[in-house]
Design a protein around this ligand. Structure first.
Ligand code: IPM
Ligand code: MN
Length: 353
């Protein structure tokens, strides 16, 4: 009997709904081809809903979403809503409340895609960043005092518990083992300055590595050096694990090296719960409704979603289909310059799945 997967769909703002539509087209093609069924349900969370109702997320959102096998998210961010409200109230809230403690971001250059790094190709740019997704500067610890005076103080504190660090490291070690490429895990930190938080990370990293993962080679890079090597020698990397803030920054750098926001996807993963997959680019308001935005990042997010649901064969087929399209069809990944419309790119991938 085929499995039925319950997927919550949050198209969100701007071009989010357009790219998610193409991702669903591809997921449906995969479900027909690989013998599983999808039960999709739409949620209207985003800027439009907030402007209409004054509510960022309904009180029932988290418990409603908990009943699904996975979530597919388009984009959150609206030009008429002050920055921070939707990001914090929707995206970060869901990550925290659904305890999606891993942000998995593959940095993979597909064939035919142009990278700004000279003399590097798909064989050189193929690694994965495991970004911790619940702690660090993202917890909201801090505040102001004497706000608005010349002596104003603003503080924002990086917070990590041993528990958060350990569960993230364990996921990263296991990922490096399962991936089986170079069996190398690199910790990206800043032990020379952040002598509390990254001291904890480094001790936990080596303790766990010694005890549980002797087969995985360990490396350490400061975050600034990581940025340097991601550009100069990306082929060194296999799996990188890091905290939330550094992970946010280095994965945007990584995304540019793999061809930009048109292709970069990520998963907010709770290995024991409900995970949420998204193209990591924004809502691109100026392209909204024009049928020109590149849906491949959302399609790749859909592929990652399938992998998490245990549909590994279908996930691999989606990736192969995307690669065939980048290698043989698209002129560019940039919006309006692909040589095809958003819906046509979805058709091309779906046909190959
Ligand atoms: C990302 C984004 C978010 C983050 C923002 C929108 C809150 O930049 O997913 O990387 O900082 O995590
Ligand atoms: Mn980011």
């Amino acid at each position: 009997m085929s499995k039925a997967h319950k997927i919550a769909v949050i198209g969100g703002d701007g071009t989010g709904p357009e790219v998610v539509r193409e991702a669903i087209k591809v997921l449906k093609a995969a479900s027909t081809r690989y013998g599983f069924t999808l039960a999709l349900q739409d949620f209207d969370f985003g800027g439009e809903r907030f402007l209409r109702t004054g509510e960022v997320l309904p009180a029932s959102a988290v418990s409603d979403l908990s009943a699904f096998d996975a979530i597919l998210l388009g984009a959150i961010g609206h030009p008429d809503v002050k920055p921070g409200i939707l990001e914090k109230g929707i995206l970060l809230k869901l990550r925290f409340d659904l305890d999606q403690y891993i942000n998995l971001r593959p940095i993979k250059l597909f064939p035919g895609v142009e990278t700004p790094i000279k003399n590097k190709g798909p064989a050189d740019i193929d690694y994965v960043v495991v970004r911790e997704n619940t702690g660090d500067l993202y917890t909201g610890a801090g505040g102001f005092s004497m706000k608005g005076t010349p002596h104003e103080v603003a503080m924002q504190t990086a917070v990590y518990t041993r528990f958060q660090v350990d569960r993230c490291l364990r996921y990263a070690f296991e990922y490096a083992r399962k991936r089986g490429k170079k069996k190398t895990l690199a910790l990206c930190g800043k032990t020379n300055v952040l002598t509390f938080v990254y001291d904890l990370w480094e001790r936990a990293f080596h303790e766990m590595g010694d005890k549980e993962f002797p087969d995985i080679k360990r490396e350490y890079y400061h975050v600034d050096a990581t940025c340097m090597w991601m550009v100069k020698n990306p082929e060194w990397f296999d799996v990188i694990v890091t905290g939330n803030m550094f992970g946010d920054i280095i994965t945007d750098l990584g995304a540019m090296t793999q061809g930009g926001m048109g292709i970069a996807a990520g998963g907010n993963i709770n290995p024991e719960g409900v995970s949420m997959f998204e193209p990591i680019g924004g809502s691109a308001p100026k392209y909204t409704g024009k049928n020109v935005i590149n849906p491949l990042a959302a399609i790749c997010a859909g592929g990652m979603l399938l992998d998490t649901l245990g549909e590994a064969t279908a996930a691999a087929a989606v990736e192969r289909a995307v690669m065939d399209v980048t290698a043989n069809k698209l002129k560019s990944l940039a919006a309006g310059q692909m040589g095809f419309s958003t819906t046509e790119v979805g058709d091309l991938v779906a046909a190959r799945v």
